[in-house]
Design a protein around this ligand. Structure first.
Ligand SMILES: O=C(CO)[C@@H](O)[C@H](O)COP(=O)(O)O
Length: 247
């Protein structure tokens, strides 16, 4: 049985880490789909389960067909975790809210390239607030879009689903884009982290990592795991670090 990725369980990746060394992978816990009535406890559980960061999927029901958290909710949960927070702003107009999410305790602010006509200015504004600047690319946005803003970036998020909801099917075709972004970053010689977001599970994580992603956002695969968050994160780490069978 294969999941939405069309791959059999643990099918070996198609894109190998060509001219770059594989980066140490880290699982990022998405709270999209957590129990919102116990959000502080859910954030603490994710932290205890071993995620490297917490991602807040901020949605305004304008850029994406869903609405979620504001900075006050994020700030209320800051005390429940000692890992970095990143705000993924899936909103039509991110500029006016950058400072609020930094003040709420987010170390990284991720905006969508599709919502920032003056992207380099927005990225500079994030850095001037003392946060790391990230840009997310929807599935239809090419990696080339980043060419002239790499110097202003700390992180690139390659969406491996169409944004708006958790639990969607992973889009394997995005692995090629991950590799393109990795090649752009390596050629430019800039310390930009590459993250994938959407449909990451034990069946898809390895291929995404091999394509060049070092941060893997997981929501449903962790939050809905029958054995709990700790087991889910451990399983993802095992898949990511198990040796590749000799071909
Ligand atoms: O950001 C989005 C969608 O907009 C999601 O990709 C979540 O961040 C993770 O959800 P899963 O696909 O892991 O459940």
């Amino acid at each position: 049985m294969v999941d939405g990725s069309g791959k059999a369980p643990h099918e070996e990746p198609q894109h190998s880490a060509a001219s770059w060394s594989l980066k140490e992978p880290a699982v990022v816990g998405s709270v999209l789909g957590a129990d919102y009535a116990r959000l502080g406890a859910e954030v603490a559980d994710l932290t205890g389960a071993g995620v490297g960061r917490i991602q807040w999927d901020v949605m305004d029901r304008l850029f994406v067909p869903n609405m979620t958290f504001g900075p006050d909710v994020v700030g209320a949960c800051r005390e429940h975790s000692d890992v970095p927070f990143e705000a993924h702003l899936m909103v039509r107009d991110p500029d006016p809210m950058l400072a609020d999410f930094v003040a709420a305790g987010c170390e990284t602010i991720i905006v969508h390239a599709e919502t920032c006509p003056h992207l380099l200015r927005t990225l500079s504004a994030i850095r001037e607030l003392g946060a790391r600047a990230g840009v997310a690319l929807n599935p239809s946005t090419p990696a080339e879009f980043l060419r002239h803003v790499l110097s202003g970036l700390d992180q690139v998020v390659v969406m491996t689903v169409n944004p708006g909801f958790g639990g969607q099917k992973y889009i394997p075709a995005m692995e090629e884009k991950v590799s393109e972004v990795r090649a752009l970053v390596e050629r430019a010689g800039v310390p930009v982290q590459i993250e994938v977001d959407g449909g990451i599970s034990t069946r898809t994580a390895r291929a995404a990592w091999y394509a060049g992603a070092e941060l893997l956002v997981a929501g449903r695969a962790v939050l809905s795991h029958p054995d709990g968050k700790r087991a889910a994160v451990a399983e993802l780490h095992r898949v990511l670090t198990s040796p590749v069978p000799a071909s």
